[in-house]
Write a protein that binds this ligand. Sequence first.
Ligand SMILES: *[C@@H]1O[C@H](CO)[C@@H](O)[C@H](O)[C@H]1NC(C)=O
Ligand SMILES: *[C@@H]1O[C@H](CO)[C@@H](O)[C@H](O)[C@H]1NC(C)=O
Ligand SMILES: *[C@@H]1O[C@H](CO)[C@@H](O)[C@H](O)[C@H]1NC(C)=O
Ligand SMILES: *[C@@H]1O[C@H](CO)[C@@H](O)[C@H](O)[C@H]1NC(C)=O
Ligand SMILES: *[C@@H]1O[C@H](CO)[C@@H](O)[C@H](O)[C@H]1NC(C)=O
Length: 470
Amino acid sequence: MAQLSLSLLSFLLFFSMQAASLALLDPLLKSVSNTVDAVGDGLKKVTVTVSDTVSPSYSLHDSNETLRSAGIFIKKTNFLYGPAVGGGPYFPTGPLGLAKVTADQALINLELGSQLALVSLDLVDSTLSASQYNGLKKLDDYVLLYKDQLRRSLPDGPELGALTNFTQDLFFSMERLANSPYMIKRLLPASDTLQFTVNDAIVKDVTNSTLQQLFDSGRLFYADYRAHNDLIRAARYSAACDAYFYIDSKSGANLIYTPLDSANDWLLAKIMYNVNDFFFAQTSHLASTHEVVQIAYMAAIRTMSDNHPILALLNRLMYQAFAIQPLALNRGLINSTLGPELSSFPFFEDGSVIFASLRTFMSTFVSSYYLNDAAVKADAELQAWVQEARGPAAARDFPTITSTDDLVDVLTHIFSSGGLFARPLLEGTNRTLVHMFDDQSMLSRMNDQTRTAAAKFMKDMQTFSTKYLL
Ligand SMILES: *[C@@H]1O[C@H](CO)[C@@H](O)[C@H](O)[C@H]1NC(C)=O
Ligand SMILES: *[C@@H]1O[C@H](CO)[C@@H](O)[C@H](O)[C@H]1NC(C)=O
Ligand SMILES: *[C@@H]1O[C@H](CO)[C@@H](O)[C@H](O)[C@H]1NC(C)=O
Ligand SMILES: *[C@@H]1O[C@H](CO)[C@@H](O)[C@H](O)[C@H]1NC(C)=O
Ligand SMILES: *[C@@H]1O[C@H](CO)[C@@H](O)[C@H](O)[C@H]1NC(C)=O
């Protein structure tokens, strides 16, 4: 169960960014159309009045297509691509783009405020308890640093076993497979080479094989943080590590890396590796989830009517395309062409359950709005989204969408990120995974099939959660 919550934590990062964007375009559109004349040149003039009262059902077409196109035109001319912020793809600008960024930031600040207040109180407590952990001179003092601390910001305390088992090699290896599998990959002789050598006698002592034998038999894994050498250094920093892991030939079980160094040297190596790993997980998460999906979402805003059911779903949840499935396949963690399978890969196993439920939801959603492949090709707004993403938005590798299957794949990919946040304050609120599609104002404008599928998704996720609650 500890593993589940860890892996969900990674899945669930940053929904806060997303929730902030819910249903914002509706009110924004209204205020834009109200201020068209007053603002003048800042906005392209479009004489359209957007109704303040009617929220029609989402559909691919409106009864008044002129009005619908005008709504898209307003967004296309006022929600613009601006310079990247902190690297990555374009960032919103233009009157509508800036308004959305401002509103999102206000919401996130509001929400983070209450969490940060708890952290501050905890910090005061920790400082007052300083005598309890003896000036952090020994490793055991660090256990005291966490023991019975952080009770406000982390009410359930650290993960089970983290304070008791953190020096174990098994714990260390399972962190790769339950918590942070972003860097590790299997080395395949057909495409890879050994990255450093280790004395054969030592490797033999640890593994009963040579490094070459492990490599040749597809049992050797590698994670490379050498690039951390090039980062700007703070006063205290970890060495940049690269590391081998291997599948034990006897147990065939977990990746265990056990150099025969002195206990403290080995422990320090693992600590440094984890510093690298944590840093990487954050930056990789930003680049391969937020930034990837952000640009696809921007393209959707500019090309689809707010009455389009796909944009409605994207509005509900748009950050994070985790893509764990392709990532894990490419790195030999699942269905490897060589070597034994991992006998336990909790991050993937938990993610697969969520992924399968999402795909089921998306299949129903897509088939309820699109009769067949021809309907997908004929949806001008959907195709405009694809063209926009592949063209002006400069999204990388955005696929073409010419069939219902393609559409299910793309939507499942985007949403498989989960995109809900696992901060303690959000527990029990509608911001957790279970509630991904549980937005009554959105669902009331969807069709019956989608509502039923959303209810099923919720039930499946509840069942999945309770299985791990103890
Ligand atoms: C569509 O809406 C516009 C703006 O309200 C209106 O001028 C036009 O007559 C409508 N067209 C139809 C076919 O109802
Ligand atoms: C800690 O390690 C021990 C010994 O390997 C194991 O029995 C126990 O289940 C572990 N505790 C947790 C919470 O994982
Ligand atoms: C290596 O093989 C020997 C003999 O079969 C065995 O006793 C030993 O436990 C093995 N060591 C490892 C690390 O697998
Ligand atoms: C892995 O292989 C199994 C069995 O061939 C297959 O059912 C499964 O879909 C594959 N997984 C992925 C992610 O390709
Ligand atoms: C989630 O819950 C909050 C607080 O109860 C509520 O204000 C908000 O409208 C809900 N959001 C959705 C999408 O249902």
